[in-house]
Design a protein around this ligand. Structure first.
Ligand code: EPU
Length: 337
């Protein structure tokens, strides 16, 4: 494995930001990963997957390890379910398509999410009524300090909305090497209750949808709202939807009774950040090459040569305006580097 100095990261982050790694190495096997971690013990390390959930505001003063582990397999099948394992470096959407081609159900609502398999548990990716935790069985991860492999069960991952233990107490301590899902082989649980999926299927004349139909519908909806990172740099939702207390909601909604909201428990309410940002006047706005997507206000975009600091400044301006207007804090979902 060659370690390359001053390596350009523009093609390794979906925002398309120009920044450099002090050093960069690509690992293709679990053994190479262990060797790299062992040989570079004590150095500052940065683990890179698909680069789809980070904003680079500066060069990375570390050895960047690009996890390029490939492979996927059905490891067992019984009673209408299959356990399917994918290595961390597999592209997520290609893996979803592989599952659909093999008539394995459960991931179709998560079609077209950018990034790699290995990063999906870190923030419990979710879309269109499904989260990774719904089909997740376990993941295998290597402890950076000892190079020991450990299996994490679903409970041990402590999944919550866009959260897991890997963003919490175990942050920067493990490298995920593979993820195993439990998918249906028969009697697929079709979930078309979220948003526009049912309407999209009706438009396509589909009365009894297959998992492929659902995947196609989700793909079409995402394509209509979310920019393709290959054409317009972005990192998906830049912010999380805020979850506020019932009292906070009461206060905000007295002034803004039209505010959309979804109860998440008896005492907590989720408010769409996209709505708060749109109402604050930012949707479709452009400041130099940094902007807010015209079709989904939750997405910040790089029109070409924005740097990370400009996007970060824009995000802070949005956060402050939303706070001033609604008294609600919105938190970044992407990792700010
Ligand atoms: N809305 C607006 N204006 C906007 C965007 C949204 O008013 O510009 C309001 C509308 O009321 C709409 C509601 O927000 O009904 C929900 O919008 P949408 O269905 O587009 O979903 P979202 O809450 O904005 C979340 C995820 C997305 C995921 C979609 C669909 C988060 C942070 N984002 O967005 O995830 O694709 O639901 O399930 O939870 C991502 O994480 O990168 C991502 C794209």
């Amino acid at each position: 494995m060659d370690i390359i100095s001053h390596y350009p990261l523009k093609n390794h982050n979906t925002f398309g930001i120009s920044a450099f790694a002090k050093e960069f190495v690509q690992v293709h096997t679990v053994a190479e990963l262990a060797e790299t971690l062992r040989e570079n013990y004590g150095k500052k390390l940065f683990i890179l997957g698909g680069g789809s959930n980070m904003l680079l505001t500066k060069d990375i003063d570390a050895l960047v390890i690009h996890v390029d582990l490939k492979g996927r397999e059905v490891i067992n099948e019984a009673d209408g379910y299959a356990h399917v394992k994918a290595m961390a470096g597999e592209n997520w959407h290609e893996f979803v398509l592989y599952c659909i081609e093999n008539d394995l159900g459960g991931l179709e609502n998560l079609s077209l999410i950018p990034g790699n398999v290995g990063t999906t548990p870190i923030q419990n990716i979710g879309a269109y009524g499904t989260e990774i935790k719904d089909t997740f069985v376990s993941c295998e991860a290597m402890e950076i300090a000892t190079q020991q492999l450990r299996t994490f069960t679903k409970e041990e991952c402590e999944f919550a909305y866009r959260e897991s233990i890997f963003k919490g107490v175990l942050k920067d301590r493990y490298v995920i090497v593979s993820v195993t899902f439990r998918l249906t082989t028969i009697h697929h649980k079709i979930n078309i209750s979220y948003g526009d999926i049912a309407a999209e299927l009706t438009k396509n004349g589909v009365a009894v949808p297959t998992i492929k139909d659902v995947s196609n519908a989700v793909t079409a909806i995402r394509q209509s709202k979310l920019p393709n990172p290959k054409e317009l740099g972005n990192s998906g939702s830049f912010f999380k939807n805020p979850i506020i207390t019932a009292e906070e909601f009461e206060k905000a909604s007295t002034l803004h009774p039209e505010m959309p909201h979804y109860p998440v428990s008896d005492t907590r309410v989720k408010v769409p950040a996209g709505w708060l940002i749109e109402q604050s006047g930012f949707k479709g706005k452009r400041f130099g090459d940094a902007g807010v997507h015209a079709k989904q206000a939750l997405v910040l975009v790089n029109y070409g040569n924005a740097n990370g600091q400009e996007l970060l400044d824009l995000s802070k301006k949005i956060q402050q305006t939303v706070l001033d207007n609604f008294g609600i804090s919105i938190e970044a979902e992407v990792n700010i580097i």
